[in-house]
Write a protein that binds this ligand. Structure first.
Ligand code: SF4
Length: 386
């Protein structure tokens, strides 16, 4: 078996753990999900915190739990209601998986989050990190977490060079995380490691002078703390230009669909390297305006050219012929790996087309539906033109 990368001498381990735990109990941020041991609430927080900052999660967490206070309530909820409560957080597959997992917990585990690692991993949307976090924090089970924050701390403690996500290095970081784990207080320990990474051992400028475990840190001793971990090559953002039609009938109603065709025809193709999840995360099955990806088109940024392409799309997909499209400004939307330019067009029509599975809410009452941030910006641009 390979040696762990972070080799804190065995006799020093108790002091190392004591220092970090004492610091955590003294300095930890007062976060709502830290005031409970309820596995359901801890699980919800861990899912929300994936790819999302603590400050952004906090208000959603409170509202979501007010709406779905128990796993049973979440399991019984309609998917639309769950997506609506999630709207704005992004990565909507997380919300769908949360609901599906809640249903499995109710039907297969008597309404209690399973305590066994293998059973937790079998739930939709739960990977090693989330399972370890919930089991350790809620039940005190001795599983060590390893996420980006913890990996960074470990890489500096052990002066680990090389790409941390490389499977060989990641496996050894897992062994190191397990070796350091204070098994009798696993939940606190995991949170302490994550908190250290989030607040002191930060990516760009680690605050080593405030670090409770500085005396065991090899990177600090070598003067290379701010050079580790080795920078990953930044992924080039995928640039997209989407033209969207906000149809408006004389009663102020508009048309929204579940699938505009964007994800299938445009985004999925452009994000193949990142995997189909990215496209799903951006647009999948949330209500959206009819839209078309015009990124590959010459002169995509010229309203006339975009309107022409959108007009053809409306004719072929919705049977709407010769609709007058009025440019409604431009908006930007950024989501991990995507830099999206939104080109909304307002189109007044006598009658909205009947599309199976579509909806026709009033444009002014749009907020009641589960929609993405991008769709919200398109609606706002169109409303500003009225
Ligand atoms: Fe991170 Fe500095 Fe602490 Fe080392 S001493 S773990 S680099 S904050």
């Amino acid at each position: 078996m390979p040696k762990p990368l972070v080799a804190t001498p065995e006799k020093e381990l108790p002091a190392f753990r004591r220092r970090l735990l004492a610091w955590f109990r003294r300095e930890k941020r007062d976060l709502e999900w830290r005031r409970t041991r309820d596995p359901y609430r801890i699980w919800v927080s861990e899912i929300m915190l994936q790819q999302t900052r603590v400050a952004a999660v906090a208000p959603y967490y409170t509202q979501f739990l007010a709406r779905f206070p128990t796993v049973e309530r979440l399991a019984r909820a309609r998917e639309d209601a769950v997506l609506r409560a999630w709207a704005g957080l992004g990565y909507y597959s997380r919300a769908r998986n949360l609901r599906r997992a809640a249903q499995e917990i109710v039907t297969q585990h008597g309404g209690k989050f399973p305590r066994e690692m293998q059973e937790a991993l079998a739930l939709p949307g739960i990977g090693r990190y989330t399972a370890s976090a919930v089991l350790s924090i809620a039940y005190g089970e001795p599983w060590a977490v390893l996420d980006g924050n913890v990996a960074r701390v470990l890489s500096r403690l052990g002066a680990v060079r090389g790409p941390l996500r490389q499977p060989r290095i990641w496996r050894r970081l897992e062994e190191s995380a397990s070796g350091l784990l204070a098994r009798n207080v696993a939940g606190d320990w995991n949170q302490a490691m994550m908190e250290l990474g989030a607040t002191v051992c930060t990516p760009r400028t680690p605050r080593c002078s405030a670090c409770p475990v500085a005396r065991w840190c090899r990177a600090r001793a070598m003067g290379i703390a701010d050079q580790l971990p080795c920078a990953r090559r930044a992924a080039k953002p995928v640039r997209l230009t989407l033209a969207a039609a906000v149809l408006l009938d004389p009663r102020g109603r508009t048309l929204v669909v579940r699938q505009s065709g964007i994800a299938r025809k445009g985004v999925a193709r452009k994000t193949r390297k990142e995997g189909p999840k990215e496209a799903t995360a951006l647009f999948s099955r949330l209500w959206q305006f009819p839209a078309v990806d015009i990124s590959a088109q010459a002169g995509a940024e010229i309203p006339g050219s975009a309107a022409e392409r959108l007009s053809r799309h409306l004719a072929s997909e919705l049977g709407l012929q010769a609709v007058a499209l009025q440019p409604a400004g431009m908006a930007r939307h950024a989501v991990t790996f995507h830099d999206i330019r939104l080109m909304p067009f307002l189109a007044r029509v006598e009658r909205l087309p009947r599309i199976p599975g579509s909806r026709t809410p009033r444009l002014t009452e749009f907020g009641a539906l589960p929609i993405s941030g991008a769709t919200r910006k398109i609606a706002a641009a169109a409303l500003a033109c009225l």
